[in-house]
Write a protein that binds this ligand. Structure first.
Ligand code: UDP
Ligand code: MG
Length: 326
């Protein structure tokens, strides 16, 4: 890992409608990176189908800095896919993933680097405090990560996002994984190697609004749980077994009422409640199976993760790159 020549660090920044912050983010990144004598670096911005001026800002940054490149996806593929696009084109010995909104402080990059030089293949930022985020977001995030850890087969570090440094080995393994559903922080945990945390206080967004509305958050959470655990399916089997056992008891009870007692006409309430209960349970179980089936369907189509529209590196912007589909 530590070679005689200077190491190169790639910084990957996924951006979706970030015109309000991207200039400031770039300024902060350059300030931190220019101060580093130990390593060479590059910045890769990925425009995830923004509809504002993000792309024109990014492409002009790429044209005016040799170390900066910008990739434009053909539409909004989502945070995880945009990150993948950046990871796949990163050339560094290690890659740092960072959000565009300055919620992840660029000033932590030198610390990440140091931990990497010390022999850790993954250095992730662990959020101590989350400033300026709603109680709802903090509460659901905290619940989600704890639930995920309970049910998943790998231990995914608590309260971490995608802000992290990954060694070339780790990046190559992630890029080589064939699955379409990409829950990066889980996949990085799954890969293994030596991983360590650096704690930080998560700041407020520098400007603009969150690009994770509730709908995207729910999809993200479902991807995390369903691609890292089969427990929900097993849960369906388990509740099925329990209710089957209960219904056997009910069956015996009903027969007993019918044959040995006189009051077998009554019991409508019990019947009604049971029908509702089992109806609901069956729908729930079917829904769960459907969730997994839908994911198998998506995987089996083997579509590309994303499509690149345009790439800008230093002096040129190329809309007809041969290597467009990844
Ligand atoms: N992002 C993206 N595509 C999306 C949504 C978000 O590339 O569809 C980027 C966004 O520009 C930012 C990062 O992902 O750099 C995290 O998004 P955001 O800050 O909006 O999420 P939050 O911090 O509110 O969870
Ligand atoms: Mg943010």
């Amino acid at each position: 890992m530590i070679s005689m020549s200077r190491n190169k660090i790639s910084v990957v920044v996924p951006c979706f409608d970030e015109q309000a912050v991207i200039g400031e983010t770039h300024r902060c990144l350059i300030e931190v990176l220019n101060g580093q004598k130990d390593f060479a670096w590059e910045i890769i911005y990925v425009d995830d189908g923004s509809s504002d001026n993000t792309w024109s800002i990014l492409s002009s940054l790429a044209k005016s800095h040799n170390e900066v490149s910008a990739i434009k996806l053909s539409r909004n593929f989502g945070h995880q896919m945009a990150s993948m696009a950046g990871l796949e084109s990163a050339t560094g010995d290690a890659v740092v993933l960072i959000d565009a909104d300055l919620q992840d402080p660029p000033s932590l990059i030198p610390e990440f680097y140091q931990k990497w030089v010390d022999g850790n293949e993954v250095v992730y930022g662990k959020r101590k405090k989350r400033n300026g985020e709603s109680l709802f977001k903090r509460l659901t995030a905290s619940l989600f990560y704890r639930l995920l850890n309970r049910v998943s087969e790998v231990e995914i570090p608590l309260d971490t996002g995608d802000f992290r440094l990954m060694d070339r080995k780790v990046v190559d393994h992630i890029v080589a994984m064939p699955e379409r559903a990409r829950f990066l922080r889980g996949m990085v945990a799954w890969v293994g190697f030596r991983q360590c945390a650096v704690e930080y206080d998560r700041d407020e967004r520098y400007a603009g609004v969150s690009k994770y509305p509730l709908r995207k958050m729910l999809k993200f959470a479902a991807d995390g749980i369903l691609s890292f655990s089969a427990l929900p399916l097993k849960l369906a089997t388990f509740t099925g077994l329990v209710t089957f056992g209960l219904s056997l008891v009910g069956f015996v009870y009903a027969i007993w009422l019918r044959l040995l007692t006189d009051n077998w006409v009554s019991g409508w309430t019990a019947l009604f409640v049971t029908v509702l209960f089992f109806g609901g349970l069956q729908l729930l179980t079917l829904g769960l199976i459907g969730e997994y089936l839908a994911r198998i369907y998506t995987e089996s189509k083997r579509r590309p993760l994303y499509i690149i529209d345009e790439v800008c590196v230093s002096s040129s912007c190329d809309g007809d790159s041969d290597n467009k589909v990844k």
